[in-house]
Design a protein around this ligand. Structure first.
Ligand code: HEM
Length: 254
């Protein structure tokens, strides 16, 4: 009887607004962690060619070596690619959970507000809070195009070679329109990450009036770090601060 009651209360927590908010905050935090790790990995584009690691194109770029490491992580203990796919499944689950829950919570919020409450509350919310859905959708559209571009190579043309990451970055970001598109997407990512990080802190109950100002500043610093770190890559290729490796992609036009 008691076990059933505990199970029921756990289920109620999961399906209640607060349970959903917590799950949205946890899944959002997993995505924030991914963004930080992905940004740090991208900085390897500044790493140059690894000496003594010939790969048939005269050397292996540090970012290509990193991509190779990601694909063989955990081997030979686990089959090649198994750990990468496990992480991808965690990431996809976090993304689906996060999007489904925030959409559901937004819909519920709209449906349950008492008359007269919506307007005052809406006016009080910051511009970032009010535009979270829009910035989130922009990031989502960017993500789909980005995966088709750099992960599956569907938008990259017939020269696609998943192991030539540096050459593909070089090929893509020497085009001002493409670098500009990435920078625009990152402009939408900044408010989303900043407000998302701050909201997660509040939902998980880590905020406290004595340190709220510091926590808010930390959320802003985190968002700036992630976005500026990402932005440094297209900017550096566009400005020619990193060597042009496009000729390494067979048949690619620089
Ligand atoms: C200028 C910014 C960015 C650059 C240069 C960049 C670059 C890349 C590259 C080269 C890959 C393929 C890596 C490989 O196959 O080894 C990749 C994969 C990926 N990127 Fe980005 N990225 C950027 C921003 C973002 C952002 C903002 C997000 C999320 C909103 C994102 C999400 C992903 C995901 C989910 C993958 C697939 C990872 C996997 O294969 O498991 N990227 N990115």
């Amino acid at each position: 009887m008691r076990v059933r009651a505990v199970r029921r209360s756990r289920f109620t927590l999961l399906t209640s607004s607060i349970g959903k908010k917590i799950a949205a905050a946890v899944s959002g935090s997993i995505l924030l962690g991914f963004l930080l790790v992905h940004m740090l990995g991208n900085l390897k584009a500044f790493g140059g060619i690894q000496p003594g690691a010939p790969d048939g194109r005269g050397g292996l770029w540090e970012i290509d070596e990193y991509a190779r490491f990601l694909r063989s992580m955990g081997a030979p203990l686990v089959p090649r690619g198994a750990l990468l796919w496990t992480l991808r499944i965690v990431l996809i689950s976090a993304l689906v959970t996060h999007v489904a829950l925030v959409v559901d919570l937004a819909r519920r919020n709209r449906g349950t507000r008492p008359l007269g409450y919506a307007r005052t509350n809406y006016a009080k919310a910051s511009l970032t809070a009010r535009t979270m859905m829009w910035s989130g959708m922009t990031v989502l559209v960017f993500l789909v195009l980005h995966l088709l571009h750099f992960t599956t190579g569907s938008l990259a043309g017939p020269t696609w070679d998943p192991s030539a990451v540096h050459a593909h970055l070089s090929h893509a970001f020497r085009k001002p329109w493409l670098a500009g598109l990435y920078l625009l997407a990152l402009a939408a990512l900044f408010p989303h990450v900043r407000h998302g990080a701050w909201s997660a802190v509040q939902t998980l109950g880590w905020n406290d009036p004595r340190r709220d100002a510091r926590l808010r500043a930390l959320a802003t610093a985190f968002a700036l770090l992630v976005v500026l770190g990402f932005a440094s890559v297209p900017i550096a290729f566009l400005a020619g601060w990193v060597p042009d490796s496009t000729l390494a992609v067979p048949g690619a036009t620089p």
